[in-house]
Design a protein around this ligand. Structure first.
Ligand code: HPA
Length: 246
């Protein structure tokens, strides 16, 4: 069944998906890394593809920016298309001076200034957390490859252009970096009992006000993307072993 935002048919999308914000990144990943690629979506130009990587089925699709956008796409992926492992890849703005441009940040949990979790009517504050399996796998891969990386909490903010410097208050709570989507992703995954992880490349540093050039941004993105691809590969192999199909 297709949805208002996704034209895929049942079975078109793999159980594991990489989720860049930018749909043209999804196309780039499909063109560069996947084999036997089929495009499953172009509604609103939110391009989505399924192919194979390391012998396993893998999908990749854009999410757009912000919690509402990723909230819609990932809800549909999980509930209408059976996706079980969702790996967001994106950029983030570092709140710590020591985080270098191009370095990888992995979100063990996401705080937010968004209202996304109000829908659940929880009698307290929800901790939106990554899948430990996905995080552990991704961290091991980054360590094996000698890629500089830091695991910690991020802020998923509704504001890119915000009034004042409210990020400084989040920094006091140990937050590493700001991005705009992981909180909604982690909520959707938690509510449905599936796995999610956000991995980021530091594109700018809010403390030092440094920013990557377009070329450096690409290089940083490549190492993060390759960690995400290898994570997907290992998770698929693990799933195949568990079901006895490989
Ligand atoms: N804010 C929000 N999202 C971001 C930023 C930022 O400064 N940098 C990269 N993604």
């Amino acid at each position: 069944m297709s949805t208002p935002h996704n034209a895929a048919n049942p079975g078109d999308i793999a159980e594991t998906i990489l989720l860049p914000g930018d749909p043209l990144r999804a196309k780039f990943i499909a063109d560069t890394y996947l084999e036997d690629v089929v495009q499953f979506n172009a509604v609103r130009n939110m391009l989505g593809y399924t192919g194979t990587y390391c012998g396993a089925r893998l999908s990749v699709m854009g999410t757009g920016m912000g919690c509402p956008s990723i909230g819609i796409y990932t809800y549909e992926l999980i509930h209408f298309f059976g996706v079980k492992n969702l790996i967001r890849i994106g950029s983030c703005g570092a709140m710590r001076e020591e985080l270098q441009l191009g370095e990888i940040v992995m979100a063990i949990a996401a705080s937010t200034d968004s209202n996304y979790a109000h829908q659940y009517q929880l009698p307290g504050t929800f901790s939106a957390a990554a899948s430990y399996d996905l995080l552990k796998t991704a961290e091991e891969i980054a360590a094996e490859r000698g890629l500089p990386h830091t695991v910690g909490t991020v802020l998923s903010s509704d504001l890119f252009y915000g009034e004042g410097e409210t990020w400084r208050i989040w920094e006091k709570m140990g937050t590493l970096a700001v991005e705009m989507e992981s909180f909604a992703l982690y909520c959707n995954a938690a509510r449905a009992g599936v796995r999610a992880l956000g991995i980021f490349s530091v594109s700018d540093n809010l403390v030092t006000r440094q920013e990557l050039s377009a070329q450096q941004r690409q290089t940083g993105f490549t190492s993060m993307m390759e960690v995400a691809l290898e994570t997907a590969c290992r998770i698929s192999r693990q799933a195949a072993r568990e079901t006895g199909s490989a």
